[in-house]
Design a protein around this ligand. Structure first.
Ligand SMILES: Cc1ncc(COP(=O)(O)O)c(C=O)c1O
Length: 481
């Protein structure tokens, strides 16, 4: 092993050199500032973003590990949770926790359900969680981390949870039912009141995942959109997750998990006095945690205020209506379902989805593909955010062209051919590399046209897809030398 560390410079570099290098590294990243990126980014505009950034930086070093040492962070968390709880029709009993994102909020809600049931229904030794197939992958992750069986239920033709299927899936081992407001994939809200009635009747916990829509849906309702009841106003809803770093436009690392009742949240907390160091008591997964995300979230929300959010929601509502009408006017593509939110999915029966995405990429647009699963065919997902609004018309012009050009391209049969191959994790590295080379991946670098690899993944069963992607990640994440 070499004694020389080639990655860490022997002598520290200057501030200018450091930032120069960072800027150079960023050059190949998605250019979110262009407004041509319909995923990953939630941009409230330069001023609000700068406020969030400055507040984040001002609390970067403070550590929320110990609320007695940093009472300001305790205060900020209680303020943010208070805003969130009243936004989602909570009352004086509603409690919650600030977390690093939707996945952490969901992991905590699932842990609370598991451990609350462990206390009150100790006869359950093999806990189960009922998930409509449209529930976010984070619930599957929580299930894996926490040792819970997932019971996946179908959705209807409108991609909303099938309430009858949920009722039938309940067993004596059920510890949690999940619904989405809305689901990420199709942007539709599950029938929360009907699921709530079942949960109440059976005495079960019911989590509503409003990570993506929770913040803006109340504004859309105020602007005249028909938004079905989806929050703590619905009897039977016992917990909710709502991200702030999505449609509340705060810096990343910000979400809340909320509970109707403090007794369920109690099961979320972790304390350890059984070691020789400082006694640990954590409300969330992280222990040491930067105060940055909390300060950034509070500052952005306070800077925008209710009126600021109403205006951002107005723009998104109008932009979504324009986009939906424009997409419906393009031959060969159709919405999967009319969405309840400013995110939705469309597809073509005749033109290869992944070629459309590549053609859009050639035209410098980033849109997200979603593979076929359950009753949802492969499709293209759009999350509209304020930064995109001035680009809706040029986007629609390019989309119409992209669909025409994609229709001229051949669709490979690679996926069908590979479906019978052995598990990717069992392949020797050379065979796996050869396979990736066939679809244009060389040395872990992705090709500019992704249709062959996406076509292949689309054909594979979920487990084989997961297997292949994990193996690919293992190739990707290798220390620099
Ligand atoms: C509905 C829903 N739940 C949970 C998550 C997970 O959130 P995060 O990426 O912040 O962990 C997402 C992310 O898009 C989502 O859309």
């Amino acid at each position: 092993m070499s004694a020389i560390n080639r990655v860490l410079p022997a002598a520290g570099k200057s501030r200018d050199e450091v930032f120069g290098e960072l800027a150079a590294l960023k050059q190949h990243d998605v250019d979110w500032k262009s407004g041509r990126c319909f995923a990953y980014i939630y941009d409230p505009g330069t001023e609000a973003m700068a406020v969030g950034k400055d507040a984040f930086a001002s609390y970067l070093t403070e550590n929320a590990l110990d609320p007695t040492a940093y009472p300001s962070l305790l205060e900020l968390e209680n303020r943010i949770v208070g805003i969130a709880a009243s936004h989602l029709s909570g009352d004086e009993n509603t409690v919650g926790t600030f977390t690093s994102g939707g996945t952490e909020s969901i992991i905590l809600a699932v842990k609370s359900a598991r451990d609350y049931n462990r206390k009150h229904k100790p006869e359950i030794t093999e806990p189960e969680m009922i998930l409509p197939v449209t529930a976010h992958a984070a619930f599957h992750k929580a299930a894996v981390y926490l040792g819970i069986k997932t019971v996946v239920t179908p959705v209807g033709d409108d991609y909303r949870a099938d309430v009858g299927a949920i009722a039938e899936a309940i067993t004596p081992n059920t510890v949690l039912i999940v619904g989405s407001s809305p689901s990420y994939a199709h942007g539709v809200i599950d029938p929360i009141p009907a699921i709530g009635r079942i949960a109440e009747e059976k005495g079960l916990l019911f989590h509503v995942d409003a990570c993506v829509g929770g913040w803006l849906l109340p504004y859309f309702r105020r602007l005249g959109q028909e938004v079905p009841d989806f929050d703590f106003s619905v009897p039977g809803v016992t917990s909710m997750s709502m991200d702030l770093h999505k449609y509340a436009f705060t810096p990343k690392g910000a979400s809340v998990v909320l509970y109707r009742d403090a007794a369920v949240r109690q099961a979320q907390f972790f304390a350890c006095a059984g070691w020789s160091g400082y006694t640990v008591v954590n409300s969330a997964v992280q222990s040491s945690k930067s105060g940055g995300p909390m300060a950034g979230a509070w500052a952005t929300m306070t800077f925008l205020g209710d009126e600021g959010y109403l205006e951002l929601a107005r723009g998104l509502k109008e932009g979504t209506e324009k986009l939906l009408a424009g997409i419906e006017a393009i031959d060969d593509i159709d919405l999967l379902v009319q969405p309840d939110f400013c995110m939705f999915a469309f597809r073509s029966e005749t033109v290869n989805t992944f070629h459309i995405i590549d053609e859009m990429k050639e035209r410098r647009w980033l849109i997200q593909g979603q593979f076929a699963h359950g009753n949802s065919g492969d499709n293209i997902h759009i999350s509209l955010q304020p930064g995109n609004l001035s680009w809706v018309e040029p986007f629609l012009v390019d989309l119409a062209d992209a669909v025409k050009d994609a229709a001229k391209l051949p669709s490979g049969e690679l996926g069908a051919m590979l479906a019978d191959m052995p598990a990717f994790s069992d392949m020797d590295p050379a065979t796996f590399a050869g396979l990736l080379a066939m679809v244009g991946v060389a040395d872990g670098a992705l090709p500019s046209r992704m249709a062959p690899i996406n076509g292949l993944l689309n054909e594979l069963p979920a487990e084989a897809k997961e297997d292949m992607l994990k193996t690919f990640f293992s190739m990707l994440f290798r220390p620099s030398t």
